[in-house]
Design a protein around this ligand. Structure first.
Ligand code: PLP
Ligand code: COI
Length: 341
C-alpha cells in the first residue's frame, strides 16, 4: 500500500524518497521538445542502449517548495536552477530544456502535488528534482539525439541529521572531479564518484566527506553535496572559488545576504586546509543541506574544532535565519528571489 500525506509525521521526516504519484515528463525528438505533461507514474521506459545508462549522459537539479504562514507556496530562485540545468546540459551535450518551460513545469508539478507540500512550521519542504537524460539507441561513444526531461517531487526533512546541529566532517583522500572536468556541472558522474568518500566518512562516524581541490589537494572545495563557508576571526564570510565546484545557488544567496543584510565583508577565493585556525565558524550550504554548521574537520590524525561541536555559532545562525526567513516568506528577500507557485 502506498503512503498518503496524512500518514506522514512532517516533523520527523528524513531525506528519503516517497512516491507522490504525480511526476512531469517531456520528450525531445527530431530537434524539438514536446509540450510536456503531468503523468501518474514514477517510472520511465527507455531504450537499454540509452547513453544516460552507459555513458552518464545526464544532468539534474534540486530545489524546494516552501509552505508559508499564509498557506501559499514559495519557490526560491527557480530561474537560477533553470539556467544551471541548461549549463550542465551543455557540458554533456544534451539539448537544453527551455528555461521558461522549466519554471512553468516546476510550478505545474508542485501544484499537482499540493497535498504533499509540508505544512508551515514543521521545517519540512517539498524537494523538487528535475532531471535531463540522453535516450535512444547508441552503441558507440556519442551523444543521444533524443532526451527526456522529468521532474519528481518528494517531501523531505533535514539532509544532515539534526538540522542546525553542528556535524563532524572528514577530509577525503578521493577527488570528486577533475581540474578541467565536470565539477561545475550537476551531472551524475560527480555524485557516483563521491559515493566511496561518503561511505568512508559514514563508517568513521562523520556526517560526510570534504573534498580538496583535485590539482594540489591543499584547498577546500566541497562538503559532500554542498558548498563550504567559513567566518574569519574578524567577521569575513569566506567561500571557495574553483572551476571544479558546483556554483551553489544557496552560496551566491548567502554571499549577498552576508554582505547586504548582515554587513559582513565577503571573500570568494582559496580556503587552505592548513589554515583552519583563521576561522571561528564554518558550515555547509546547499538546497538539501540548507546551512549545516560544521563542528569539526578531521584530516588524518588532525582534528580542528570551529565554534563548538554542539552549539551553532552566532553568525551561522544569523545567516540561517535570513536565508530560511526569505524561503518561508517570513522576511522580504531581494527582488525576484521568490516566485509563488
Ligand atoms: N555542491 C554540490 C556538489 C551539490 O550537489 C549541491 C546541491 O545542489 C550544492 C553544492 C549546493 O547547490 P545549491 O545551493 O544550488 O543547491
Ligand atoms: C541538493 O542540494 O539539491 C543536492 O545536490 C543534494 C543531493 C541530494 C544531490
Amino acid at each position: 500500500m502506498s503512503v498518503k500525506p496524512q500518514d506522514l509525521n512532517w516533523e520527523t521526516l528524513g531525506f528519503g524518497y516517497i512516491n507522490t504519484g504525480k511526476s512531469f515528463r517531456a520528450y525531445y525528438k527530431d530537434g524539438k521538445w514536446d509540450g510536456g505533461q503531468v503523468v501518474e507514474a514514477n517510472t520511465i521506459t527507455i531504450s537499454e542502449a540509452s547513453p544516460a545508462v552507459h555513458l552518464g549522459q545526464q544532468c539534474f537539479e534540486g530545489l524546494k517548495a516552501y509552505r508559508t504562514k499564509d498557506g501559499s507556496v514559495n519557490l526560491f530562485r527557480v530561474d537560477e536552477n533553470a539556467k544551471r540545468l541548461a549549463r550542465s546540459a551543455d557540458q554533456v551535450m544534451l539539448p537544453p530544456y527551455p528555461e521558461d518551460a522549466f519554471v512553468e513545469a516546476v510550478k505545474e508539478i508542485v501544484r499537482a502535488n499540493e497535498e504533499w507540500i509540508p505544512p508551515y512550521g514543521t521545517g519540512a519542504t517539498l524537494y523538487i528534482r528535475p532531471f535531463l537524460i540522453g535516450v535512444g539507441d547508441i552503441v558507440g561513444v556519442s551523444p543521444a539525439s533524443e532526451a527526456l526531461f522529468g521532474i519528481y517531487v518528494t517531501p523531505v526533512g533535514a539532509y544532515f541529521k539534526g538540522g542546525l546541529q553542528p556535524a563532524p566532517f572528514m577530509v577525503s583522500e578521493y577527488d570528486r572531479a577533475a581540474p578541467r572536468g565536470t565539477g561545475s556541472a550537476k551531472v551524475g558522474g560527480n555524485y557516483a564518484s563521491s559515493f566511496k568518500a561518503g561511505k568512508e566518512a559514514q563508517v568513521h562516524n562523520f556526517a560526510d566527506s570534504i573534498f580538496l581541490d583535485p590539482a594540489t589537494h591543499t584547498k577546500i572545495e566541497e562538503v559532500g553535496a554542498a558548498n563550504f563557508f567559513a567566518i574569519t576571526e574578524d567577521d569575513v564570510f569566506v567561500t571557495p572559488k574553483s572551476p571544479s565546484i558546483l556554483p551553489s545557488i544557496t552560496k551566491y544567496s548567502l554571499l549577498h545576504l552576508a554582505e547586504h543584510v548582515l554587513g559582513l565583508e565577503t571573500f570568494e577565493g582559496d580556503v587552505f586546509i592548513d589554515q583552519l585556525d583563521h576561522y571561528k565558524e564554518a558550515g555547509a550550504m546547499g538546497t538539501a543541506a540548507v546551512i549545516t554548521p560544521i563542528g569539526s574537520i578531521t584530516q588524518g590524525d588532525k582534528k580542528h574544532v570551529f565554534y563548538s561541536e554542539t552549539e551553532v555559532g552566532p553568525l551561522t545562525r544569523a545567516l540561517y535565519d535570513e536565508l530560511t526567513g526569505i524561503q518561508f516568506g517570513e522576511k522580504e528577500g531581494p527582488e525576484g528571489w521568490i516566485q509563488k507557485v
